[in-house]
Design a protein around this ligand. Sequence first.
Ligand SMILES: Cc1ncc(COP(=O)(O)O)c(C=O)c1O
Length: 407
Amino acid sequence: MLTKNPLARRASYPAELRSIMSIEQAERSRTWLSHWDQLTAGPTPLRELPALAASLNIARLSVKDESVRSPLGSFKALGAPIALVRLILRMFPERNLDALALIDGKYANLLKDFTVISATDGNHGRALAAAARSFGCQCVIVLHANVSQEREEAIAAYGARIVRIAGNYDESVAEAARLAAENNWTVVSDTSYEGYQDIPRDVMQGYGAIAAEILAQGNVAPGQPCPYTHVLLQGGVGGLAAGIASYFWEFFGEHRPTFIVVEPVQADCLYQSALQGRAAAATGSVDSVMAGLACGETSPLAWRFLENSVDVFMTISDDDAVTAMHQLAGKQRDDVPVVAGESGAAGMAGLAVLRANEALSAETGLDASSHVLVINTEGATAPSVYRQLVGEPHESVLARQAAWLAR
Ligand SMILES: Cc1ncc(COP(=O)(O)O)c(C=O)c1O
């Protein structure tokens, strides 16, 4: 399903939004992040997939590969640490803490009794647990019934205390809020709600690093045209899409690319927001193989950035995502193989769905001259799920990737 957003416009980035998220703040986050030892040094690869582009009959397909952002396996490693740094700096204004020393764990003594908590469907919780451990504070993660044991273990490995509930993601968010109020802990969530905006803003701002790297890798200077005609962004609560779209919007103004947000059909909260013209809830079961995108509620703060910048909202099936995982694993074509997890492949899946249908391609302006950017937001964050869905372990895809790159 697809809907064109009637509120989308081509205009310069509004000052009101710039006061919330800006390239300037994104750059500061990026500098801080470059000192965190849990991130891979340097930018993540921006891969060209000419064979896949040819099969989709587009001019070029570029994939920003966030699977190698960090051993945490996803782009979420950019959000939680920045939110935690900024939160701690705000908590102790009189101490004049140094952000880099904080990231290095130099204030562990000061922070040893400070506890952060969050609900997660995997990736955000893993990133928060890792950041808390690096900085020296305590971390509690609330998991809903559908988060796999494998994902739980990956979070617990970073020293977080796990609380498992029987309900769904939205109930885990409520439980995290309840536990925080009861124990005087601080919620570090990647989604906003009434009266809770600063922390999710900082999480989204951290994602701006991806956009900054993409433009630097393409040597795009301010004032130059955007090399991409279309950018497909997968949506959970909308934070990733807001972090990337706002950066591109501020950089290119009215000449920004076409943004298309892709969600699982069972968790279509952003699609519903476009239909209703306000941050809305999903209509489906909110249960998808794309675990990171299985979110029932739009982040209202993210929606403020998306409502005028995203041209098209679309939904895909779980099968579409699995097909895209296969396509990116690159066995069928002579492109560099990429390990894309279930949520990581969703942007690519959206593109394939659009190109398989002439009317949808026409509606979204995709044609043989399009240069499309997608972001592989995660690798095999649940290795057994990856193996089962793709039919080979991610290690063997990585081995083929290494061989391809070495030739
Ligand atoms: C791998 C992956 N991709 C995309 C997203 C979507 O991000 P957001 O919830 O900020 O829209 C998530 C969210 O958890 C994710 O884990």
